[in-house]
Design a protein around this ligand. Structure first.
Ligand code: ADP
Length: 164
């Protein structure tokens, strides 16, 4: 059984993440989506809400593609969390050269810690390549329309949270 592990902040999940998750679900038997809760900045959404949204959006995608999708949180090293959850492949997305520089360095340091977890990269799709959670967060905080960038369930949840 091929188990993938896709870690991230997912604050919030965007159409860019969904693109990577959908493509990875075609390859893996099980895909673990791991929400990192070790975060310096104040998150837009709590870890519980991030997990809930990811389950709502991604579990049906996995079911359609014959991939079991599980959403977890982790607060330790991603490579350790991957191993502890039985994954042998870490999934990451690449948008541009700054992602490349950062992600390759991280993959190499992860490999230095654990040779049994291999990182594979998905090149971002053209239609979602420009999307970054950090910018979505800024737009949402300033009352802008994030509907082009995030799944509809996420947009509704964020809009509701902003009105409070
Ligand atoms: P992190 O805080 O670890 O960067 P993110 O949730 O922002 O967490 O991203 C997790 C992973 O998803 C990273 O590998 C990132 O490069 C990738 N990613 C983020 N946005 C996109 C996108 N629009 N297209 C493809 N990959 C993306």
């Amino acid at each position: 059984m091929l188990v993938g592990f896709y870690p991230g902040s997912f604050d919030p999940i965007t159409n860019g993440h969904v693109d990577i998750i959908t493509r990875a679900a075609r390859i893996f038997d099980r895909l673990i989506l791991a929400v990192g809760v070790h975060h310096g900045k104040t998150p837009l959404l709590s870890a519980d809400v991030r997990v809930e949204l990811m389950e709502e959006v991604c579990v049906p995608i996995g079911a359609d593609l014959n991939c079991e999708i599980k959403v977890i949180t982790f607060d330790n090293l991603a490579v350790e969390a991957a191993s502890a959850n039985g994954a042998t492949v870490m999934v990451r997305g690449l948008r541009d050269s700054s992602d490349f520089d950062y992600e390759v360095q991280m993959a190499q340091m992860n490999a230095g810690m654990n040779r049994d977890v291999e990182t594979i990269f998905f090149a971002a799709s053209a239609s979602t390549r420009m999307i970054a959670s950090s910018l979505v967060k800024q737009i949402a905080r300033m009352g802008g329309d994030i509907s082009p960038f995030v799944p509809d369930i996420a947009r509704r949840r964020i809009d509701a949270a902003m009105k409070r």
